[in-house]
Design a protein around this ligand. Structure first.
Ligand SMILES: NC(=O)c1ccc[n+]([C@@H]2O[C@H](COP(=O)([O-])OP(=O)(O)OC[C@H]3O[C@@H](n4cnc5c(N)ncnc54)[C@H](OP(=O)(O)O)[C@@H]3O)[C@@H](O)[C@H]2O)c1
Length: 247
């Protein structure tokens, strides 16, 4: 029996990158997975692959910058699968503008996508998980959430805020709900490609002790650990999966 057999997991940002690779791992472990993103073609591909491999999944199209519609992700999950056991707040956008360049519109969009939508989803699943007596929330932060070295102002600020959200939710939602975060370093995904890929991120890859970028499934395996009872005494933790870049 899979380690997530019978569990329902919402994964935002699962149409691509580490969210998609985590969705494959969760589905292979028996979870019913809700794939969330804006791109319907990619969402459908992920669902089709999971089903072709014998798993169960559905997708919900949602733009996390549109906060009024974020809660509907949970409603649609309940309609289809009746409950939610795991919420993985992973959707994220990068912003490269500095403090001297950024507009209010861009700032607000980064905050909405990278942190506020996760707060709304956490607030929405909390009563469901509390009523069940058990649940897990996992957030995707970043090494840019511990140092200004790894991201410009809005991304850096939002990812630092994600750490606070993780700790505050862990304290406020225990003992029923555990809340942790993964802080990835350079991971070989479309987001890394958007800033020039592994070569351009030389300062985060070849200078790190492991001398390479990570993969989405290396994040997914840690996510699996944090979403099963293998991590049953862990909450409020910020787990770096970064090749040791700041060591
Ligand atoms: N790659 C890295 O090196 C790295 C390092 C540290 C942290 N991270 C974080 O890891 C997470 C996943 O990123 P990734 O590297 O896997 O990049 P990715 O392959 O570009 O995936 C980003 C995901 O977020 C979704 N997304 C982006 N904007 C959205 C919006 N407005 N509404 C809904 N969904 C949205 C995308 O879906 P759609 O396009 O379908 O909307 C996609 O599924 C992000 O939170 C990112 O900040 C990445």
């Amino acid at each position: 029996m899979g380690r997530l057999a019978g569990k329902v997991a919402i994964i935002t940002g699962a149409t691509s990158g580490m969210g998609r690779d985590t969705a494959y791992i969760f589905a292979a472990e028996g979870a019913k997975v809700v794939i969330v993103g804006r791109n319907e073609e990619r969402a459908k591909k992920v669902v089709d692959k999971i089903k072709a491999d014998g798993g169960e999944a559905m997708y919900v199209i949602a733009d996390m910058s549109d906060l009024d519609n974020v809660g509907a992700i949970v409603d649609k999950t309940i309609d289809a699968y009746g409950t939610v056991d795991i919420l993985y707040n992973n959707a994220g956008m990068l912003s490269l503008s500095t403090i001297e360049e950024i507009t209010m519109d861009e700032w607000q969009k980064v905050m909405n996508v990278d942190v506020t939508s996760s707060m709304i989803l956490s607030q929405k699943v909390a009563p469901i998980m509390k009523a069940k007596g058990k649940g897990v929330i996992l957030n995707t932060g970043s090494v840019a959430g511990t140092s200004a070295r790894w991201g410009p102002v809005a991304y850096c600020t939002a990812k630092h805020a994600m750490n606070g959200l993780t700790k505050a939710c862990a304290r406020e939602l225990g003992p029923e709900i555990r809340v942790n975060a993964i802080l990835p370093g350079a991971i070989d995904t479309a987001m890394l490609d958007s800033v020039g890929g592994v070569d351009a991120m030389h300062h985060m890859t070849v200078v790190s002790p492991l001398k390479r970028a990570g993969t989405g499934s290396e994040i997914g395996k840690v996510a699996l650990f944090l979403c099963t009872d293998d991590s049953s005494f862990m909450t409020g933790q910020l787990i770096r999966v970064d090749g040791g870049v700041d060591v």
